[in-house]
Design a protein around this ligand. Structure first.
Ligand code: ASP
Length: 449
């Protein structure tokens, strides 16, 4: 599967740019060095997707730069051979634990397509393991492909298939690593947390921000930390393991229910929200656990999800029709990302806000047939719907405050409505703190930690 710039999206460069390229016999996909303003960079020529007079080069660090032709010197460089890592044969070592790696795709399972400069999900589990041979020193590794896709394309049905696969196989392994795209890894980790309650083994999701074939890739370190965590801790449950900082010194393991991608591209983009990470792990195997109590309950695979659930952001000018339209197409649950402590514009205070009364009546109508849960778009801090009259009125209208990230709340609501058709039972489950998803005590140290 390929993303990026292909087919109809490719436009011609301007004649001026084409002339410079033709002189050096450089085509899209070729490696080149570019000198401009005394600065030399190397990378791959990308197709033009915007201004035809701007040369787009994907640098080796993964970033694209746009360069105008004035004062530019370019040189064609040798094209790197696609050297696939050697396939490795592993002897089973009885003294070591065994980890199953389940691949779902994403950047961690990708490499650059040197023809287009875009990133493809095309690495097999064997390639990935062979490119991180240190894994074999930590544990016996088995690997399987479950999906081969970018995580923005994953559906709740994929979460259920993955949960079923884990529920079926977990007993044979000491732990499972799920390699996954980073964009929606926190949705999948929340879904697995609800679907695989009290799983007695560690299920650690790992992604990477740079594809595995780049020098700057964070894939190897995230994988090694996850494997070390499985081998050297008593953790059981679902968590996400990613770089903790911009240096390659350690990773954090985040609870699958309280983690979020907070930056589009940094390797340390994952943060625990309102709680401290579960552990700090190094590739050499040091594990520093924060307060952690292993769950003792019975393993309950509860694999179901109601897809008619939406995550809706409240904003100034929010119109009741935005919400009403979900009711009209049969949605049974809405998670609102409210403003501040959990608010929505329901107060008709002047001519301009008269329509706010309509939002309140739509909410009242929708909470009779389904569930509206309230989170905060602040992400950090309590959802406090008893502080202002707005929150109180929303609660009287049937809105349920929940103390979770909007994404975890969305997953919980879909999961809850997948468990029962009985609205009262579902409402009670939304309020209940089933898996520690509702943060009861916010750790002040966790803010922007
Ligand atoms: N879009 C990619 C994905 O989520 C990004 C990544 O893997 O980091 O699959």
């Amino acid at each position: 599967m390929s993303v990026g710039i292909k087919g109809d999206d490719i436009m011609d460069y301007s004649p001026a740019v084409k002339k410079i390229l033709a002189k050096e016999k450089i085509e899209v996909g070729n490696r080149l060095s570019v000198e401009k303003g005394g600065k030399i960079s190397e990378g791959v020529l990308m197709p033009n997707t915007g201004d035809p007079n701007v040369l787009v080069v994907k640098l080796d660090n993964g970033y694209n730069v746009g360069l105008t032709p004035e004062g530019i010197k370019i040189k064609k460089l040798a094209q790197p051979k696609r050297v696939l890592p050697k396939k490795m044969k592993y002897e089973r070592d009885e003294s070591k634990k065994t980890i199953l790696i389940l691949h779902t795709g994403g950047t961690i399972a990708s490499r650059i397509d040197y023809e287009t400069g875009a990133v493809n999900t095309s690495i097999t589990p064997e390639d990935l393991i062979a490119s991180v041979p240190e894994l074999a020193a930590i544990a016996n590794i088995r690997a399987e492909i479950v999906f081969q896709m970018f995580s923005e394309d994953l559906e709740p049905d994929h979460w259920m298939l993955l949960a079923k696969k884990i529920a079926q196989d977990y007993e044979r392994y000491d732990g499972i690593i799920v390699t996954h795209g980073t964009d929606t890894i926190h949705y999948t980790s929340a879904a697995l947390s609800f679907m695989l309650q009290n799983i007695p083994k560690p299920v650690i999701l790992v992604g990477s921000q740079r594809s595995s074939d780049r020098g700057s890739s964070d894939a190897a370190m995230n994988l090694l930390c996850a494997a070390q965590f499985i081998v050297n801790s008593n953790f059981a449950g679902v968590a996400v393991c990613m770089h903790a900082n911009m240096d390659d010194d350690y990773c954090y393991v985040h609870s699958g229910l309280h983690v979020r991608k907070m930056h589009t591209s940094r390797r340390d983009s994952f943060r625990s929200i309102d709680v401290m990470p579960i552990a700090k792990v190094s590739t050499s195997g040091t594990v520093e656990m924060s307060e952690y109590k292993k769950p003792s309950g019975e393993f309950k695979p509860l694999i179901a999800f109601e897809k008619k659930v939406a995550l809706v952001k409240v904003h100034p000018g929010f119109n009741h029709r935005e919400l009403e339209s979900y009711g009209k197409i049969g949605y049974r649950g809405i998670v609102l990302e409210g403003t501040g402590l959990g608010h929505a514009p329901i107060n008709a205070v002047d001519k301009l806000t008269k329509h706010h009364a309509l939002l309140l009546s739509v909410i009242k109508k929708m909470t009779k047939k389904g569930i509206i849960a309230m989170t905060s778009q602040c992400l950090y801090g309590k959802v406090g719907m008893n502080v202002y009259s707005t929150g109180r009125v929303l609660q009287e209208a049937g809105v349920i405050p929940v103390q979770m990230t909007p994404e975890a709340a969305f997953v919980k609501l879909g999961w809850v409505l997948g468990q029962t058709k009985n609205l009262e039972v579902a409402k009670n489950l939304m309020v209940e703190n089933i898996m520690g998803e509702q943060i009861e005590r916010i750790d002040p140290k966790a803010f922007l930690f």
